[in-house]
Design a binder for this molecule. Structure first.
Ligand code: FE2
Length: 168
């Protein structure tokens, strides 16, 4: 079989960070759209802070990897997913949001998207290599729990639709 040049681990981290940054900007935007509703604003702010932690974590893991690992080829299937994540219409979706239910639906899809698959893959594959050099890495469980808790905190779709997004 012909040997083809594969993307490096470094490139995988770069793609993953770019996607997490897009999601981070998305949640920051939601915090603004619902700034008039303290509970909703607080919720989106927490999601934003989680995404900030994800970006930081990717940087930490990457910088703790031995350079030989960084330059080695990454799993091509996961690189392909990471590349596709950068084509997700996150900014267009943001512009279509009219109320809290629209926001929730998109956030829910994002949290179940391949952005999460790539992030989880990186944590599982690369953290064991650098574990001794990193201390705090329990950022994922709370994050997923938060979005699952959303209905309990903000009611059903009808109630959520009554909380309107405000663009100024
Ligand atoms: Fe994330």
């Amino acid at each position: 079989m012909k040997e083809t040049k594969r993307d490096t681990v470094e490139e995988l981290f770069r793609l993953a960070r770019a996607a997490e940054t897009e999601v981070r900007i998305f949640y920051r935007g939601l915090r603004g759209l619902f700034a008039h509703d303290p509970a909703a604003a607080d919720f989106w702010n927490r999601m934003y802070e989680d995404e900030t932690a994800h970006c930081r974590e990717l940087l930490l893991i990457h910088s703790a990897l031995p350079s030989a690992v960084r330059r080695s080829p990454a799993d091509p299937v996961i690189v392909e997913k990471a590349r596709r994540n950068l084509k997700l219409p996150i900014r267009q979706d943001f512009r279509s949001i009219r109320n809290l239910d629209d926001a929730y639906t998109i956030a829910h899809d994002l949290e179940n998207s391949e952005v999460m698959t790539v992030f989880t893959f990186i944590r599982e594959k690369y953290i064991p290599l650098v574990r001794r050099r990193l201390f705090t890495l329990s950022v994922l469980e709370d994050h997923l729990g938060r979005i699952m808790d959303f209905s309990r905190r903000f009611g059903d779709a009808t109630e959520r639709r009554m909380i309107r997004a405000r663009r100024r």
